[in-house]
Design a protein around this ligand. Structure first.
Ligand code: FES
Ligand code: FES
Length: 164
């Protein structure tokens, strides 16, 4: 067993884990954070995507012990004060989910994209999310949902500039 300390969605956990335990299983089975889904366990589908120290990571490809000393954000850590994250709201408004299984990974992947590129083109969104598979094939609305957040931010920024 290995000792580890990891901050997940703002809460620090001290734990003992088997060295072979995957981060996704640690999140779901040990911490009960089942919002992070498992689609393949082989790094192909992106359903398990989380933020690991500011970078997007497929948590089925990371050992729990590799997250020792790190900060992890899951889809369950995005909402603030009971308010959905803009991407969560946009996925809802743009009908960007059907069964919803891929949605946590899509939202986390999109968060990472918007952090690095606040105004991505549809093509850039498709490229950034190409490691995330939607078996319901709802890609069109997923791209729309991410674009809508970028457009809202642009509108908010230009509104602020106009008032300045
Ligand atoms: Fe991790 Fe599919 S469950 S990539
Ligand atoms: Fe069903 Fe994407 S909404 S897998």
């Amino acid at each position: 067993m290995n000792r580890m300390s990891v901050t997940v969605d703002g809460t620090t956990h001290e734990d003992e884990v088997e060295p072979r335990l995957l981060l996704v299983h640690y999140l779901r089975d040990r911490l009960g954070l089942t919002g992070t889904t498992i689609g393949c366990d082989t790094g192909n589908c992106g359903a398990c995507t989380v933020d690991l120290d500011g970078a997007s990571a497929k948590s089925c490809l990371v050992l729990a012990v590799q997250a020792d000393g790190c900060e992890v954000t899951t889809v369950q850590g995005l909402a603030q004060d009971g308010e959905w994250h803009p991407l969560q709201r946009s996925f809802h408004e743009q009908h960007a989910l059907q069964c919803g299984y891929c949605t946590p990974g899509m939202v986390m992947g999109a968060c990472d994209l918007l952090r690095h590129n606040p105004d991505p083109s549809p093509q850039e969104i498709r490229h950034a999310l190409e490691g995330n598979l939607c078996r319901c094939t709802g890609y069109q609305n997923i791209v729309k949902a991410v674009r809508a957040v970028a457009c809202d931010r642009e509108t908010a920024t230009s509104g602020e500039e106009a008032r300045a």
